[in-house]
Design a protein around this ligand. Structure first.
Ligand SMILES: [Zn+2]
Length: 125
């Protein structure tokens, strides 16, 4: 899923993952004090610091994804017809995961050709 999704969705997934890891580490660090007493405090401190860094990092990723999505181009997916957002020259459709590109040099099929192919398929079926 991480490799087969639109870039914006992938950023959100990573942001969420980092938040979970950060929170988990903070909880574990705090639990360390309860279970190991005084010696657990060092562990708790390390857990809190790493947890905090992870959460700040996830915030950064969320912020970055937000910035990127404002500059993303909204296009209609030629495969499923839904409106999707595209980052960079090549990205996947958020809905059907089709690889889309604005670079005609690396495109294997044009939107027109795809439309033709789809209409042929529907007329056959
Ligand atoms: Zn699509």
């Amino acid at each position: 899923m991480m490799f087969k999704s639109a870039k914006i969705n992938a950023f959100r997934t990573w942001g969420l993952l980092l938040t979970m890891i950060g929170m988990g580490l903070m909880v574990l660090g705090t639990a360390g004090i309860v279970f190991w007493g005084h010696s657990g405090k060092i562990l708790a401190a390390i857990g809190l610091v790493i947890g905090l860094i992870a959460m700040v990092g996830s915030l950064g990723i969320y912020f970055w994804a937000g910035m990127l999505s404002t500059s993303a181009v909204q296009i209609q997916c030629p495969q499923c017809g839904k409106l999707t957002k595209m980052l960079g020259r090549t990205d996947r459709c958020m809905f059907c995961k089709t690889i889309l590109t604005t670079d005609s040099g690396i495109a294997t099929i044009t939107a027109e050709a795809l439309e033709e192919e789809l209409s042929q398929q529907s007329s056959q079926g």
